[in-house]
Design a protein around this ligand. Structure first.
Ligand SMILES: Nc1nc2c(ncn2[C@@H]2O[C@H](COP(=O)(O)OP(=O)(O)O)[C@@H](O)[C@H]2O)c(=O)[nH]1
Ligand SMILES: [Mg+2]
Length: 193
């Protein structure tokens, strides 16, 4: 799979969902700040900077929609779990994500949750996952940065995450850096289209 065209459509917050064509499939990327969401999106898009990889994470507060190949939306959710957010900013972000998952609709949606394979599922990942499961969403978890793990650590980490998620959730070992797992992700995206 190679993306030919990628066009930024809009940043969405509550009550700004109009203009989104809900008949187009959506592939939605979630992840804690620093899990590698921007790197993963750029690997999918085959571009260096579709999503900004940032040294000041947590700056994007909107849900960014990109139209890919005139056929599907790549949806970049704001990163969460950023330590330096104020209580109020954190609540606003939580509310936005919850609104998107529970109140917006698309005919087809694949949710991709990116986690750091060294860290595993955190409390905030778990909250997102529970919300997604409550809506019967199709979910895959990318265990990113596996290039940093030894084989034995990787096996242990995969086992731990797999035990911790509902059986219908696909867990894919991944590296945005080496592109390991990218073909599997592409296959899942193609199934959604
Ligand atoms: N080793 C390694 N580092 C990665 C990988 N993916 C992302 N990173 C690094 O992790 C940091 C955060 O990545 P970024 O894509 O900005 O994460 P985001 O905050 O979730 O958007 C950056 O320093 C990336 O270079 C990966 O697969 N392997
Ligand atoms: Mg980012």
């Amino acid at each position: 799979m190679k993306i030919q065209s990628a066009e930024f459509i809009k940043g969405v917050i509550q009550d700004r969902y109009q203009g989104i064509d809900t008949t187009l499939p959506q592939v939605v990327f979630y992840g804690r700040s620093n899990a590698g969401k921007s790197s993963t999106i750029n690997a999918v898009a085959g571009r260096k900077a579709l999503a900004r990889t940032s040294h000041t994470p947590g700056r994007t507060r909107e849900i960014n929609f990109f139209l890919m190949d005139h056929a599907w939306y790549l949806v970049d959710m704001p990163g969460y779990g950023y330590a330096r957010l104020s209580h109020k900013e954190r609540a606003t972000l939580q509310y936005l994500i919850k609104w998107f998952i529970t109140e917006t609709h698309a005919d087809a949606r694949l949710s991709v949750l990116i986690i750091d394979s060294k860290i595993g599922l955190t409390e905030s990942d778990r909250e997102i996952l529970d919300l997604l499961m409550s809506q019967n969403e199709r979910v895959i978890i990318l265990m990113n940065k596996i290039d940093r793990l030894k084989q034995s650590e990787l096996a242990h980490s995969i086992k731990r995450v797999a035990q911790d998620v509902p059986p219908l959730v696909t867990v894919i070992p991944f590296s945005a850096k080496t592109k390991k797992g990218l073909e599997i992700l592409f296959a899942k995206i193609t199934e959604t289209e």
